[in-house]
Design a protein around this ligand. Structure first.
Ligand code: 5GP
Ligand code: ZN
Length: 134
């Protein structure tokens, strides 16, 4: 538990949330600033900052709940399109520093449009990039 972490407080029931699902390790709730209906956050109950310090077994538990909720929304609500988003790090647009995955249901005409600027010229560097991983 991190003293000032809002998601720790939510997971412990010390701050209000709109709970979708919980088990011993994972908590899922609706995002307070929804970008679409049923915009949901899935978090480990233990405090980790992001992908880098979250142990693999915790991530597996979180992802298992992501799958469960996606299935629930699909079968109960007929939602057929979702985006699953995790931002890790300030420059990657992470705002709350307690590991979380977004489930964002999408549908045509929802007025959302996630666009990436592509840089095909960076292909020439691929061999060099991969050599940095050796
Ligand atoms: P990030 O930008 O870190 O990927 O996403 C953080 C998300 O947490 C945002 O979508 C924001 O709306 C949501 N959020 C921040 N504070 C609260 C809160 O107190 N309750 C809920 N339900 N969501 C929150
Ligand atoms: Zn926390």
């Amino acid at each position: 538990m991190m003293e000032d972490c809002i998601f720790c407080k939510i997971a412990k029931g010390e701050a209000k949330s709109w709970k979708v699902y919980e088990n011993d390790d994972v908590y899922a709730f609706l995002d307070i600033n929804p970008v679409s209906e049923y915009h949901t956050l899935i978090i480990p109950k233990k405090h980790y900052e992001n992908i880098f310090d979250t142990p693999e077994d915790e991530l597996i538990k979180v992802m298992s709940v992501v799958k469960r909720i996606a299935t629930l929304y699909n079968t109960k609500l007929g939602i057929k399109n979702i985006q699953i988003i995790n931002s890790s790090g300030k420059e990657a647009q992470q705002d709350v520093f307690h590991t979380h995955f977004h489930i964002v249901p999408r549908e045509s005409g929802d007025n959302q449009d996630v666009k990436w600027t592509t840089h095909k010229e960076w292909r020439v560097k691929f061999d060099q990039l991969l050599s940095g991983l050796q």
